[in-house]
Design a protein around this ligand. Sequence first.
Ligand code: ADP
Ligand code: MG
Length: 256
Amino acid sequence: MEIRHQLRDQLKRLKLPGLWQALDVRLSEAAANNLGHLEFLSLLVQDELVNRDDHMLNKRLKAAGFGVQKSFEGFDFRFNEEALPASILRDLATCHFISQKQNLVIGGPPGIGKTHAVKAIGHEAARRGHPVLFRTTQKLLAELLSDSAERAERILRRAVAVDLLILDDFAFRKLDQKEAELLYVLAEERLGRASTILTSNRPPEDWNAIFPDLVVGGAILDRLVSSAIKIITTKGKSYRREVMGAKNAPSETPNL
Ligand code: ADP
Ligand code: MG
């Protein structure tokens, strides 16, 4: 018993909790299967690494702020194949576009799975070790304009720095000058340095109308949209309505 206590304290000091948790299972496994010392040690080290990866992934997922998490495991690729082509989504899921610092724009009617798809892409990115930030555009702008300058500064730094920034429900409503300027800062800082994803219920040709002036609007769209990978559709069935049975899908996008 003495040696167990000692070992537990030592592993704690060495910050190897995964190894400690796996110890009993591996000990009986070693006894049952006559494992060699080296094999036994190797399994325990593997356990520690898996535990560490899990821990880091959970941290990244939490920091991303997905709210309700979605992944491709729960995504029916056939449901809206025409609007959101499976081949493109699977390609995006490899996160190659993130290494290429490319942007992605998904525009289409409500309920077709845009938010689900981009959260799933964000999940894949986190699995691959990328820092991710997910926000609705409104929420991020509100945070950036928070009364607490320190809080605003912190979120701005993160929004600029993450490998993948996901702005859900872009062009939801008109922006004022301050909001437009903040978006410009984000677009300019991230251009060519890190990937940004936009989703919108409106087609991009309507987006100019949300900005207080055409010059700043043009500059923002130029940086975020011009060279982005685009999935723009007017088609697509509402999964929310057809599968989840929401009878009268609320009109989710106010008029501009
Ligand atoms: P949008 O962002 O286009 O308005 P959402 O992504 O919010 O639509 O989808 C609405 C609901 O339907 C969500 O609960 C989402 O998880 C679900 N959903 C949409 N498309 C699919 C799909 N292809 N497979 C599984 N669930 C889906
Ligand atoms: Mg959505």
